[in-house]
Write a protein that binds this ligand. Structure first.
Ligand code: AGP
Length: 592
């Protein structure tokens, strides 16, 4: 998954492109590059590594071109290297392309072009786009692009400029995200909104099958057949401050502390939107929740709530598994795709597959206008605002809020349950006030090489989520496991070197979980627990207790996850790791 940006207007394009790329860096950072129209020449500058390598190398260069495109890469085809870095150009260096996605039929196109004498400079799929456009060009960039997209298969968002038409950028959206920023005498193109927020809040979100033709004077949108399309301009409510770090050391820490607001805004958004779905969950024989990563863990919690509060059977399936299993899906099923980005390709394809099988589909997303949002039959939105840290935090608790609301909306105790939900933001605040205690615990364990996270019932998905948070930002191996399953194998791992984190609020499985803690202790395991304030029984069994307020059982997941987010954050931060952009990861996984 990569980030692309484009600018054409009256200003020098380079600083705007670099600023935008810095805000896109969480989408991938193996290499970065820009292409500029400098007079009659096409200038391409690219570097391996993070954006700052590119910025440093361009410092003081006399580029003043007013049209350009930029790219930050997360390698899919071809290793991270200079030759594979974008932008890619045609053989005569007259066209430059930046691309996010995968051209699935690029090999056949590559062979065809090679037979015509084209010599490729990279291993990427993207390079074929530049050569196809150059081959089709007969004086009009838009026509050449329309001819080119007829040949492409897969998921792609790309932008192209040419020396023949300074001031013009053409962009294409199919499967990967692309938005247009509308300025005064200038216009922008980007993979997502934070990249262009400092310059404009007027945004058009492109849909699959659309092409945008941009000049400083205007923006025109067409379908792949060249038919003009009218699109609505959205005024983005976010301001750039909310997308910046706001005084925190990392975006992730800021976003952990934004959770009261993310949950509160989500609940208010759901309540104020009236009837969020035109049907009852009970109208279906089954609900299937589909997601990846942290969103999958939110679904595991949602399953317990839906089955308890609605009484409908719920299945939770990894999107990447759903697509290849023979799960019998029909019009009797409701399929809910949960995705903060709304662009995760596995979730997107799984949802489309469910729809083709006749299911009613609902997108539960944080980004309005995202692919999964637009392609589902119905949508429910979280209102967490932009999440920049690769590790999902506030979007997770916002997803919990939406899933809980979906579960309670038809329950006879709806008003009481909404009352409980409305308390969650202040309860999270209470947990956040104990962050220093968690930081102290992190200090004790940051040298450990393996962690086990245990929980039963509602606490099991939180154990999975706590383990994922730790491993994805600290690179320490951590495994989440059902506490009741430990005696079926993992207990063999327990020794004094393996900290065991146990989530044990006083709920229906509390006593059984205490027994599991005893099992760990008798094998010299060290227990770090998450439990209710003042729980002396738990404290006596634990080397450290991270406390949450006493709340009804169903509300515990909103709170038990917070100390685990903080624990992972402090360990990774104290290890001096790149918390917001962990190695090998990207914020949105738009590759399969
Ligand atoms: C979570 O911290 C990770 N960033 C990752 O597992 C993420 O949750 C997953 O890729 C799903 O993303 P989505 O919610 O945007 O679909």
């Amino acid at each position: 998954m990569c980030g692309i940006i484009g600018y054409t207007g009256e200003e020098s394009a380079l600083p705007l492109l670099l600023g935008g790329l810095e805000r896109l860096e969480y989408r991938g950072y193996d290499s970065a590059g820009v292409a500029l129209i400098e007079g009659k020449k096409l200038i391409v500058e690219k570097r391996v590594g993070k954006i700052r390598e590119l910025v440093r190398s361009l410092w003081g260069k006399p580029y003043s071109g007013k049209t350009g495109i930029g790219h930050t890469r997360w390698a899919t085809h071809g290793a991270p290297s200079l030759k594979n870095a974008h932008p890619h150009t045609d053989s005569r260096n007259e066209f430059a392309v930046v691309h996010n996605g995968i051209i699935e039929n690029f090999l056949e196109i590559r062979e065809e072009l090679k037979r015509e004498g084209i010599r490729f400079r990279s291993e990427t799929d993207t390079e074929v786009i530049a050569h196809l456009i150059a081959r089709s060009y007969r004086g009009d960039l838009l026509s050449a692009v329309l001819e080119t997209v007829e040949r492409l298969k897969g998921a792609f968002a790309f932008a192209v400029i040419t020396v023949h038409e300074p001031g013009r950028i053409v962009g294409v959206k199919q499967g990967s995200p692309l938005v247009v920023g509308i300025g005064e005498g200038e216009n922008f193109l980007a993979s997502d909104i934070p990249a262009i927020l400092p310059y404009t809040r007027k945004v058009i979100t492109l849909s699959d099958g659309e092409v945008v033709d941009i000049t400083p004077e205007g923006v025109n949108i067409y379908d792949f057949y060249g038919n003009p399309i009218t699109k609505e301009i959205m005024i983005v409510p976010w301001d750039i401050v909310s997308a910046e770090r706001g005084g925190f050391k990392h975006f992730m820490l800021k976003e952990i502390h934004e959770q009261p607001k993310a949950v509160g805004d989500t609940v208010r958004g759901l309540i104020s939107s009236g009837e969020i779905l035109p049907f009852s969950l009970k109208d279906f024989r089954r609900v299937i929740l589909i997601a990846c990563g942290t969103s999958y863990h939110a679904c595991l919690v949602g399953k317990f709530w839906m089955e308890k509060l609605v009484g409908v059977p719920v299945e939770v399936v990894y999107a990447s598994e759903f697509r290849y299993a023979d799960i019998p899906v029909s019009d009797k099923d409701l399929v809910i795709g949960v995705s903060q980005s709304g662009e995760t390709i596995d979730t997107k394809f799984a949802m489309n597959m469910a729809k083709e099988k006749g299911a009613t589909t609902v997108a539960l997303v944080n980004v309005v206008g995202s692919s999964i949002d637009r392609e589902a039959d119905h949508s429910v939105y979280t209102h967490a605002g932009p999440e920049i840290g690769v590790a999902a935090t506030k979007t997770f608790t916002a997803q919990l809020a939406a899933l809980y609301y979906l579960s309670l909306r038809e329950n006879p105790d709806r008003e009481t349950l909404i009352g409980d939900l409305m308390q969650v933001p202040s309860l999270i605040e209470t947990v956040l006030e104990k962050a220093e205690e968690v930081e102290r615990i992190a200090e004790k364990f940051l040298k450990k090489k393996n962690f086990l996270y245990l929980g039963r019932y509602l606490n099991y998905p939180i154990a999975l989520e706590g383990a994922l948070k730790l491993k994805e930002i600290s690179y320490i191996h951590a495994e989440g496991y059902p506490a009741g399953e430990m005696k079926h194998g993992p207990i063999a791992l327990i020794d004094e070197n393996m900290p065991v984190v146990v989530i044990a609020p006083q709920d229906r499985v509390y006593e059984k979980t205490l027994s599991n803690i005893e099992e760990v202790r008798t094998r010299k395991g060290t227990v770090v627990s998450v439990g209710f304030e003042g729980d002396e029984r738990l404290r006596k069994l634990s080397s450290d207790l991270m406390e949450i307020p006493h709340v009804p059982e169903d509300i515990t997941p909103f709170l038990t996850v917070v100390p685990l987010q903080l624990l992972a954050y402090f360990i990774a931060s104290k290890l001096g790791l790149d918390v917001d952009q962990p190695r090998n990861l990207a914020k949105t996984v738009t590759v399969e």
